[in-house]
Ligand binder design. Structure first.
Ligand code: PHE
Ligand code: NA
Length: 437
């Protein structure tokens, strides 16, 4: 139970509520959503099982687990590089994740103050634009989020399970409330057909890469976060059913967020492709017009901050665990170092929404580059390595035993997916996005 809660806490976060809607909006909706769901099913779920399995067998930080497992399988010691890739990806993701979590914190105060009561779409968009144009404000909230997160990690993450146990049902309830609002007051049919009617002419190979990358991002795969939690999992627990549960919870939250947001987008003639500000420009409209909206809105953003917090812990944990194991640093000092570096890189993201918004590389700001590099490249790469290790390097004898799936055909399906389908799919999507095939 503790594992399910911690892993769900890691999976459900800004990825579901902030990122999924805006990237679905940028990539034309339905076809993108369908490809994303397909990636969850045939790539994400099997790789999550593989990652939990490796963590449980390795029983250390990802870098050291990979080294131990590689030695055990008489494979190259370079497999531990996979752990490194994960540590770096975690750092980079947290550096911008914390900035966005800071936005959510700022919105707790804004919604609570009642500024959105009766606000129009233009008014709400204006408030958001003014907010992100102010680097000092963004920096202050980013700093606050980092400090609070690192303090908790330094203490050794107590209270995570209890928080998630309360968080998930509360988040679901308020999302359902928002979907209710969207049904009543939004352009619900238009929103639904945008999300679920697949029009493949809108898909680019870039969009397919983003959908696939997001499957890794949203399930926290490919960087060792799930491996760390797996290392605490008792050997009796079934990896298959826990993975399904986590995947289902994550998907439901993302789809509900989409169902709440797009009807508001269309009812207010807004642009689905508004980018990272999408939820901050739409949901306050709903909270500004429903009964007790300020209370529900405050609660919603508080829950979003906690969801971001339980994900952030798992982003930094591989790095901290490694520092503690290998550098003989105390947990406190490891946290200070890891936190400082992450915070510093985050300043780049803070500025990319205002002062350096025009400084681009291939049309991408600093934030865009970090997001692209981590979600679209590093996580899928890490995930494929995990799949290859679990499918090709580890002996079948061991993986059968670790997974102990109830039915033979389930195991065979899993093995086929991690051995062939996931690596092949990722490689094809990679090559397609750089126009090689
Ligand atoms: N899965 C988290 C989310 O959807 C983000 C995350 C990615 C957390 C990778 C840990 C590792 O918000
Ligand atoms: Na997620």
């Amino acid at each position: 139970m503790a594992f399910i809660l911690a892993a769900t806490g890691s999976a459900v976060g800004l990825g579901n509520i902030w990122k999924f809607p805006y990237i679905a909006g940028e990539n034309g909706g339905g076809a993108f959503v369908l490809i994303y769901l397909l990636c969850i099913l045939i790539i994400g779920i099997p790789i999550m099982m593989a990652e939990i399995m490796l963590g449980r067998r390795g029983r250390q930080s990802p870098i050291n687990s990979m080294r131990t497992l590689a030695t055990e399988a008489k494979a190259s010691r370079y497999w531990s590089w996979l752990g490194w890739l994960g540590v770096i990806a975690g750092f980079l993701i947290l550096s911008y994740y914390s900035v966005i979590a800071g936005w959510a914190m700022a919105y707790v105060v804004r919604v609570a103050s009642g500024v959105f009561e009766g606000a129009t779409a233009d008014g709400v968009s204006h408030i958001f634009a003014t907010f992100v144009a102010d680097p000092e404000k963004l920096l202050a909230w980013h700093s606050l989020f980092m400090i609070v997160t690192m303090l908790v990690v330094a203490r050794g993450v107590k209270g995570l399970e209890r928080t998630v146990k309360f968080l998930m049902p509360a988040l679901l309830a308020i999302l359902i409330l928002l979907v209710g609002y969207a049904m009543e007051r939004g352009a619900f049919e238009e929103g639904v057909s945008f999300l679920f009617k697949a029009d493949f002419t809108k898909m680019t190979s870039e969009g397919v890469l983003t959908a696939m990358g997001h499957a890794f991002f949203t399930l926290s795969l490919g960087m060792g976060a799930i491996m760390v939690y797996g290392s605490y999992l008792p050997s009796k627990v079934s990896i298959g059913s826990t993975t399904m549960l986590i995947g289902l919870a994550d998907t439901v939250v993302a789809l509900l967020a989409g169902l709440a947001i797009f009807p508001i987008v269309f009812a207010n003639s807004m642009e689905p492709a508004s980018g990272p500000g999408l939820i901050f420009q739409t949901l306050p409209i709903a909270f500004g017009h429903m009964a007790y909206g300020s209370i529900f809105g405050t609660l919603f953003f508080i829950l979003l901050v906690f969801a971001a917090w339980s994900s952030s812990i798992s982003l930094i944990e591989p790095a901290v665990a490694w520092l503690v194991e290998n550098k003989k640093m105390s947990r406190m000092r490891s946290c200070i170092w890891a936190g400082l570096v992450t915070w510093g890189v985050g300043i780049g993201t803070v500025l990319s929404f205002n002062l350096t918004a025009d400084v681009t590389f291939f049309g991408k700001t600093f934030f865009d580059i970090l997001d692209y590099l981590t979600a679209n490249i590093m996580l899928p790469l890490g995930g494929v390595c995990i799949a290859v290790f679990a499918g090709w390097v580890m002996s079948e004898e061991d993986s059968v035993k670790e997974l102990s799936l109830k039915r033979q055909w389930l195991y065979k399906t899993w093995l086929f997916l991690v051995k062939f389908i996931s690596p092949l799919a990722v490689v094809i999507v990679f090559l397609k996005s750089i126009d090689v095939i």
